[in-house]
Design a protein around this ligand. Structure first.
Ligand code: ADP
Ligand code: MG
Length: 251
């Protein structure tokens, strides 16, 4: 069979997921979604609609009340909004954590760290500690650590949410550049609609009370994408507007 005709392989399948804490009402209600191998899926929705909880259930950190999360024995990489770097460790040592988890032999660390530093454009910063780096640089170290682990699926929870606008755009561009070269599955949570439309193949729109999916949009813009150019494309504005109205149709 022609490669292009092969059916896409499913990386993650979630069916009728119901999640709640204690005896409180469910915070996620009947969520179903699938992520194909190499697909970049963004999830947008207002604060409190259960985006972080959904990622935690996928990662197995929070149990579900009912429904199913099906994922092969995959290496899961998790990136949080706040950087979780070791404060006392240098950039190189922080990245080495990812290499150790991936089982990369010590003798190969230095070369791999140099490669990753260049990939996230932090050459020359290997000996800096997090406190000596800007917020954007710390998130790039986190990204390098994530890449060092070589996950099969990336779960990213508003990874650039705490950054200033310009840095956020630049980080998005870096992520796309890296993703274009590797094409791993990504579930990228954000409350920023423009960021979602810029990055993803598919945008899933959630609403709150209870957290549920209200719309799904295929984002067909050609790749590789240039985030700056894309933002001035009228089709981009139209898609952002569509998602805005999805969100305003519900509470
Ligand atoms: P989002 O990431 O979309 O802002 P969250 O997934 O963090 O939303 O939270 C969804 C809802 O679940 C919120 O109402 C929040 O208060 C509740 N919630 C999240 N984690 C817990 C927890 N550990 N215990 C109780 N309630 C929680
Ligand atoms: Mg959250």
């Amino acid at each position: 069979m022609d490669g292009a005709m092969m059916p896409a392989k499913t990386t993650l399948a979630i069916e009728h997921l119901e999640v709640g804490f204690g005896s409180a009402a469910s915070v996620i209600n009947d969520v179903s979604l699938t992520v194909q191998e190499g697909e970049f899926v963004a999830i947008v929705g207002p604060s409190g609609c259960g985006k972080s909880t959904l990622l935690k259930v996928i990662a197995g950190l929070v149990p579900s009340r009912s429904g199913a999360v099906q994922m092969g024995r995959l290496k899961i990489g998790y990136m949080f909004q706040r950087d979780t770097l070791l404060p006392w460790a240098t950039t190189a040592s922080n990245i080495a954590v990812g290499l150790e988890l991936a089982g990369v032999p010590k003798s190969a660390h230095a070369a791999r760290i140099a490669e990753l530093l260049s990939l996230v454009r932090l050459d020359g910063y290997e000996s800096h500690r997090p406190e000596a780096l800007s917020g954007g640089m710390r998130q790039r170290v986190s990204l390098a650590r994530l890449l060092a682990y070589e996950p099969d699926i990336y779960l990213m929870d508003e990874p650039f949410g705490a950054l200033d606008y310009q840095t956020k755009i630049l980080m998005g561009r870096e992520l796309l550049r890296i993703w274009d070269a590797r094409r791993r599955s990504i579930v990228f949570v954000t409350h920023d609609i423009e960021e979602a439309v810029t990055l993803a193949d598919r945008v899933i729109v959630m609403a709150a009370h209870p957290g549920r999916i209200v719309a799904t949009h295929e984002i067909g813009f050609e790749r590789p994408r240039d985030p700056r150019r894309l933002r001035s494309d009228p089709r981009f504005a139209a898609m952002v507007e569509t998602i805005w109205s999805d969100l305003s149709l519900v509470d």
